[in-house]
Write a protein that binds this ligand. Structure first.
Ligand code: URA
Length: 442
């Protein structure tokens, strides 16, 4: 394979043969092609597009870059969920143990922060000691033992995605349907699931800016799932404002813990219960998604979901004491942002993209692939769309070690709020996309 020719072929808008895409992915996974050449290919594909045939080849190559797991030794229908990424999206942390508490095994493989969005792995690792690097044997064993396991891509499962994901994050090649679909579905299909629930986000804080694009992504993802015999439900959800109140790794984990403890956290609890309902239904433990949602709400209220989370954290080496008492975890210096002159009235919008970028500057995300994140950095939103605000009132808290940046970041944070024009957030749950035939528990 001549990589330069491949790059030029794509750069000039020509189709690339599936075999060449496979060869490139395999060589990159082995470490035989340098990142600068793969980056160039990614950008050429991003700008020129990939056909269905090329996209299918990419997904196949990524899926088979490692093992495709067989979890049939673990009883029950295994169901996972994946989000296309948003700001403040801590759903998986509450969702996986909740669904496991309903008796549906959840084998979850997640990613790190990508672009302006956070990643579940970084959030879990904000719990001191929590290990996300289990090998396949440990993964399978833990799923059988406690019904839930949450890890990152390994060198065994979809290793190509692990490498490509990190490269896309720092080369401006994230927001592209064939890349997102192949990234998500390669790791989901490799992890041994029977069914999948997707949270496809659209809006200013999502990779898909329009509802129409999100629908296209949902259709693409569901079509891949169906082709591989995995019933796939996709929810289109609104990401025109950050989800919940916290943005940043530990801050978000703490908010997810509040949900697991039965607190009604606006937006977050609603989305967790809805997606859990779908998973419990697909896992054969409820007759309908709505019945699954009711079951999920009951498990949050009873404390069973929180207990399962504690079991998960203990199994993966995490410090259970900070989960049981989040106030024990150290915190970062805080700077309060006040509403500037001119910000008066009902808040109609908070730009989630701006907040995602600010969180990175505070230390919560990466600007280069090998940068470490500060687990305790981030921001807390004190006023949400629909709330009334007047100048001088606190609207946000910044948590950071970078005190030299808080001045300019406070200004940027305040500018993300608007009381003029636009509309306060509409429905969080925009639409449900489902074309399968699964009937649920009988
Ligand atoms: N989530 C993923 O796993 N990959 C993407 O490309 C985007 C969101």
């Amino acid at each position: 394979m001549n990589v330069v020719e491949l790059i030029i072929q794509k750069r000039d808008g020509h189709a690339v043969e599936p075999a060449a895409i496979r060869a490139l992915v395999d060589a990159f996974t082995r470490g035989d092609v340098p990142e600068y050449q793969v980056s160039a290919f990614l950008m050429a594909a991003f700008l020129r597009g990939l056909s269905d045939r090329e996209s299918t080849a990419l997904t196949e190559a990524m899926l088979h870059s490692g093992e495709v797991l067989d979890l049939s030794s673990v009883p029950g229908l295994k169901v996972d969920k994946h989000s296309t990424g948003g700001v403040g999206d801590k759903i998986s942390i509450a969702l996986a143990p909740l669904v496991a508490a309903a008796g549906v095994p959840v084998p979850m493989i997640s990613g790190r922060g990508l672009g302006h969005t956070g990643g579940t792995l970084d959030k879990l690792e904000a719990i001191p000691g929590f290990r996300t690097d289990l090998n396949v044997d440990q993964y399978r064993r833990q799923l059988g033992d406690i019904g839930v396991v949450m890890i990152g891509q390994t060198s065994e499962i979809a290793p190509a995605d692990k490498k490509l994901y990190a490269l896309r994050d720092v080369t401006g090649t994230v927001e592209f349907i064939p890349f997102i679909a192949s990234s998500i579905m390669s790791k989901k299909l490799a992890e041994g699931i029977d069914a999948l629930v997707l949270d496809v986000k659209w809006g200013r804080g999502a990779f898909m800016k329009t509802e129409a694009d999100a629908r296209r992504l949902a259709e693409t993802l569901a079509a891949i799932g169906t082709e591989y015999g995995k019933p796939t439900v996709a929810w289109l959800t609104d990401m025109n404002a950050p989800l919940g109140y916290e943005v940043g790794n530990w801050l978000e984990t703490k908010e997810a813990i509040a949900v697991l403890r039965g607190e009604q956290v606006p937006e977050v609890t609603e989305l967790v219960e809805t997606l859990a309902g779908e998973m419990i239904w697909l896992g054969g433990k409820a007759a309908t998604p709505e019945a699954g949602t009711a079951e999920a709400a009951a498990l949050l209220r009873s404390g069973a979901a929180f207990e399962k989370f504690v079991e998960l954290v203990r199994a993966q080496g995490g410090d259970v004491s900070v989960v049981e008492n989040p106030a024990l975890r150290e915190s970062r210096p805080v700077c309060t942002v006040e509403a500037p002159e001119g910000l008066r009235g009902t808040i109609t919008s908070i730009d989630p993209y701006a907040l995602g970028r600010i969180a990175i500057e505070l230390g919560a995300g990466r600007k280069t692939a090998d940068e470490a994140v500060d687990p305790l950095a981030g921001l807390t939103i004190l006023k949400k769309p629909g709330d009334f605000v007047q100048p001088g009132e606190p609207i946000m808290r910044l948590h950071t070690l970078h005190s030299d940046r808080t001045g300019s970041l406070s200004e940027r944070a305040a500018a993300a709020f608007s009381t003029a024009g636009g509309t306060a957030r509409g429905d969080l749950l925009v639409d449900r996309y489902w074309q399968g035939t699964w009937r649920g528990a009988r």
